[in-house]
Design a protein around this ligand. Structure first.
Ligand SMILES: O=C(O)CCC(=O)C(=O)O
Ligand SMILES: [Fe+2]
Length: 340
């Protein structure tokens, strides 16, 4: 089991500069492919009875690559299908309607298209997204007559994601020497300062004229997530996600994570890396544009980002990073990612 932090204590810096530098350095090069890394599957069945074993497995998977997948997670396939159906119906709405729910910059709420420019690539992701962050949804829901049941379906799914994310985070909390509910207390859905986000993603189909090209670039450029923990839902066969552990970033060797609808892919984000004194690594990932031999149609995914409430103070136990509020931390990362 890895117990050493994977980076040496950096000079104490006040903001998110270290993560941003890391992302810019990653760049947009293709790199090489490797299947040598294991993306572990951790079974959460009988969670309470098997908590100690599950914690050990999660810790190993998280410290090895920072990416792992969950089975036995208790989210019903019907609920996941309903969330994807709601996402598909939303993205099918005319742009004129979606633009009424335009993204509230800095608040992770609402609809945007081609507006996320990654520091690694300098070009916009080939996608549109709709984000739900509980305290900021006033005026951002489509009318019930336009999309019956949309709001209820998404709020229900978001609540289930919150519960599952905090089940996993309770294991990391305990392993790090915090109380089991340490992270849950700093992600309070009832707080007006809540920042966790459910994001529906639609990557555009490759345009006809570009379909013969061998290398189409990135649907989403290389990045690490800003949050504590991400739950990622994908559809069978809608591949493209690739991972490169941060400690191996210089190798630029990427491991594909095949998309499976029955598993939930998880990754550690930068907030938890800081909070864990760098024991739990956040890792680079990206979504490749499919080539002529792949499915070049649209791709849908859903991500749940467990992001600590604005007033939470992220401070590593050993003081290796200067304390920063979750509000200021997200503000800096969003400012570096979204145009306008
Ligand atoms: O769509 C995916 O598979 C990955 C999405 C992602 O990494 C993100 O939105 O941060
Ligand atoms: Fe991501």
């Amino acid at each position: 089991m890895t117990t050493e932090p994977y980076s040496k204590p950096a000079e104490r810096e006040a903001g998110a500069g270290q993560e941003l530098d890391r992302e810019r350095r990653m760049g947009s090069q293709t790199g090489t492919a490797t299947v040598a890394r294991d993306i572990r599957v951790v079974d959460l069945t009988d969670f309470e009875a098997r908590r100690a074993d599950i914690t050990a497995e999660l810790w190993q998977a998280a410290t090895e690559t920072g990416f792992f997948q969950l089975s036995g997670h208790g989210l019903e396939p019907a609920g996941i299908d309903a969330a994807f159906a709601a996402a598909g119906a939303y993205f099918d709405l005319p742009a004129g309607i979606k633009s009424r729910h335009a993204l509230r910059k800095g608040l992770n709420a609402g609809w945007e298209y081609r507006s996320q420019v990654r520091p690694s690539t300098g070009t916009p992701d080939e996608k549109e997204s709709y984000q739900l962050t509980r305290p900021h949804m006033e005026g951002l829901w489509p009318d019930e007559s336009e999309l019956p049941g949309f709001r209820e379906t998404l709020l229900d799914f978001e609540r289930r994601c919150h519960t599952l994310a905090h089940q996993v985070l309770s294991c990391f909390a305990e392993r790090l020497g915090f109380a089991r509910d340490f992270f849950a207390r700093q992600h309070d859905p009832a707080s007006p300062l809540h920042q966790s986000t459910l994001r529906l993603l639609h990557y555009y189909a490759v345009p006809e004229q570009a379909r013969g090209q061998a290398d189409g670039g990135w649907r989403a450029g290389a990045h690490t997530d800003f949050d504590c923990l991400t739950l990622l839902f994908q559809r069978d066969g809608q591949d493209g996600l690739q991972v490169c552990p941060g400690k191996e970033a210089d190798s630029r060797a990427w491991t594909p994570v095949p998309a499976r609808g029955d598993l939930i892919t998880c990754n550690i984000g930068d907030m938890l890396m800081r909070w864990s004194g760098d024991l739990l690594p956040s890792n680079f990932h990206r979504v490749a544009t499919p080539g002529p031999q792949d499915d070049q149609g649209p791709r849908y995914s859903i991500a749940y980002f467990a992001q600590a409430d604005r007033d939470a103070v992220i401070a590593a136990p050993d003081g290796r990073h200067a304390p920063i509020t979750a509000e200021e931390y997200l503000r800096q990362r969003i400012a570096a990612n979204f145009a306008g």
